[in-house]
Design a protein around this ligand. Structure first.
Ligand code: GLN
Length: 384
């Protein structure tokens, strides 16, 4: 039998998605793969019903239905504080997963290097490798998950053509400060590199932290390829609606990648999602309040169970230390937790370049009652 592609040999299938399958098999409460168990906003469900009945049911414009792009440009302009042209600055994709792949293939040629902060969401390394690029890792150091500007500069000196910036960050929950974002921007300018952002958690930020869009800094729009999604903001991870925002020159290139990868995102769902994009700003304020309460509720259980963790500043994940529980291997712990305690979390090692085996990532985008049920089970980990 002919050999399959050699580039697929250097990474595994997603550990996150694998953990979800294991959780389902054992009927565990799934705090591994990050997706809500609550419904999208009611207006959105009604809009989806209308779209099911009245269409469109055929292909939308490849790079996004005009009304969806118009609504997205208006919403993102308002939040990012920069003008966005629906016809020049947007490609609508199948989730930010496709957006990231499109961004990577748009920015990089085979043989190029891409800087990736570690810990990182596992898709980035795979995206780089599938594009023929080589990831260079720059550590984010606990407890604040800050980076050393010297180390980042070294990655650019080694020739990184792009940096992947996940902000707010999965899995660490870090929100990069204005100073950090500015320092990254200065280096990207100095070394004439792209910044590929994953900003799917832009609206899930906990006070007093604030999200700073690197694309909005002076001079940065031209070199930022901003990837986003409706998945987390409107609790529609299964709709697979994401997008790339960038300069017209980048978008012209990105459209080609997108067109040949997927042709387009689901037309009826783009139609329905216009309703979400037009929600008033109070929606985003309420979202923060809701997630702050969910975070605090879940952290309360971790405290009660005597577990140590890094306090999330944004996104909806928390990295929990399992060393004190006497476990040396996160994968074995995760399997045990699923089988014996009935809660699923992702082994932290899947997010780190460094040999880190003492962390488990839980997410808390779940109904309060789901978090209570999981929390009660986690209390069984309490020592003594
Ligand atoms: N971003 C989510 C996570 O980190 C899930 C993404 C996915 O599986 N597509 O768990």
């Amino acid at each position: 039998m002919p050999k399959t592609s050699a580039r697929l040999e250097v990474f595994t299938e997603s550990v996150i998605r694998g953990t979800t399958r294991l959780a389902n098999k054992h009927g565990a409460i799934n705090l591994s793969q990050g997706f809500p168990d609550f419904d999208p906003p009611e207006e959105l469900l009604l809009a989806a019903e209308r779209a099911a009945r009245h269409g469109p049911h055929q292909y939308a414009v490849t790079w996004g239905a005009p009304n969806f792009r118009k609504a997205l440009a208006a919403k993102q302009s308002r939040h990012m504080g920069i003008p966005l042209d629906p016809d020049e600055n947007i490609v609508v994709t199948c989730g930010s997963t496709e957006a990231m792949m499109v961004a990577m293939m748009t920015a990089c040629d085979p043989g190029d290097k891409v800087a990736v902060f570690s810990p990182f969401y596992e898709n980035y390394a795979a995206d780089a490798i599938l594009s023929g690029a080589e990831p260079i890792y720059v550590p984010l150091r606990p407890p604040d998950f800050t980076f050393d500007p010297e180390e980042l500069e070294r990655a650019f000196r080694r020739g990184a053509k792009a940096l992947v910036l996940c902000n707010p960050s999965n899995p660490s929950g870090k929100v990069f400060t204005r100073e950090e974002v500015s320092a990254i921007a200065r280096l990207a300018e100095k070394y004439d590199a792209y910044v590929i952002t994953d900003e799917v958690y832009e609206h899930i930020v906990y006070a007093p932290h604030e999200h700073h869009y690197i694309a909005s800094l002076p001079g940065m729009f031209e070199r930022t390829i901003c990837c986003g999604s409706l998945s987390k903001t409107y609790a529609v991870t299964g709709w697979r609606l994401g997008y790339v925002l960038a300069s017209p020159a980048v978008i012209r290139a990105a459209r080609k990648v997108h067109d040949f990868l997927t042709v387009g995102a689901a037309a009826p769902l783009q139609e329905a999602a216009v309703t979400a994009l037009e929600l008033p700003d109070v929606y985003y304020r309420d979202l923060r309040t809701k997630y702050t309460a969910l975070r605090d509720r879940f952290l309360g259980y971790l405290d009660k169970a005597g577990l140590t963790y890094s306090r999330p500043q944004g996104a909806y994940y928390v990295l929990v230390d399992i060393n004190a529980l006497g476990w040396k291997d996160d994968t074995a712990f995760s399997e045990w937790l699923i089988r014996e305690i009935g809660v699923a979390g992702v082994p932290g090692s899947s997010f780190f370049r460094e040999p880190v085996r003492h962390l488990i990532r839980f997410h808390f985008a779940k109904k309060p009652e789901t978090l209570d049920a999981a929390g009660e089970r986690l209390l069984r980990l309490r020592k003594g």
